[in-house]
Design a protein around this ligand. Sequence first.
Ligand SMILES: C[S@@+](CC[C@H](N)C(=O)[O-])C[C@H]1O[C@@H](n2cnc3c(N)ncnc32)[C@H](O)[C@@H]1O
Length: 287
Amino acid sequence: MTPLDPVERHLFLEGIFMRYGYDFRQYAEASLDRRLASLLAQNNMTSLVELLKHVLESTDAFREILPSLTINTTEFFRDPTFFRALRETVFPILKTYPRIVVWAAGCSTGEEVLSLTIALKEENLLNRATIHATDINPRVLKKAKEGIYDISLISSFNKNYVSAGGVNSPSEYYTAEYGLARFNPKLLENIVFSEHNLVTDAPFIEAHLILCRNVLIYFNRELQERAFNLFARSLVFRGFLGIGSKESIRFSNSSGLFDTVDLNQNIYSLKAQPIINKSTLSTRKYT
Ligand SMILES: C[S@@+](CC[C@H](N)C(=O)[O-])C[C@H]1O[C@@H](n2cnc3c(N)ncnc32)[C@H](O)[C@@H]1O
């Protein structure tokens, strides 16, 4: 890959932020550069200034490139052992609450939150749960709300469901028709989908469980700290946080806010009396 011109890169990210309010300026550089280079190739362009001009001219053009900047890869019961650990370690505690609030941050097209909903249902927790599923990208949220997926995803759904500790027949949860799998709409009833940006937005709930998996890997260290502080401020005391298998809180400044519940599965709980650094939560202003 030809290295990107750092000045053009800077102008591109500043321009997107100024015009559209999406702040990618502190995303991890190496992976963002790969995505920018592939966007240039797709658009037959060689310069980020040219691409910036194109997306500044039309909101539709920006909406076209947004998914490439955010990476929406996901899967049903992704890392099935994580869901098994939730069932074994976290759900028994959640059962002691009369109502539970869950936040799935960076939910992409909904496979993860639907998997969580199925697991909650099988543990008789769904009827007392409100689940907030959020993402920066409105297009994936629209897809997630439908609960309809290509039938080709079902073989991995079936396989992962069993590995994740599912107790029923996986086909109970969807009907297959015309090459699509339509998930039971009742599974979506307790889910509130909304846009939320982990880089610029404030806490909006008090949750008993937050999942934010495979999102923080795209952030640099400073943004990760902001996200951990945001989660600490969005959890009830002793509330749980689950992050992705390639992500870590251990070496971050925020590690003191959380106790480890399951190191292998990256599940943590908020300490009873954390001292939260509120300054990392202030929204960065354009200067
Ligand atoms: C790789 S997907 C992970 C989906 C799911 N959590 C999983 O583990 O399968 C990352 C998601 O994070 C979202 N995302 C990226 N930056 C974000 C931000 N600043 N705020 C909220 N969501 C963001 C992307 O739009 C994308 O849907």
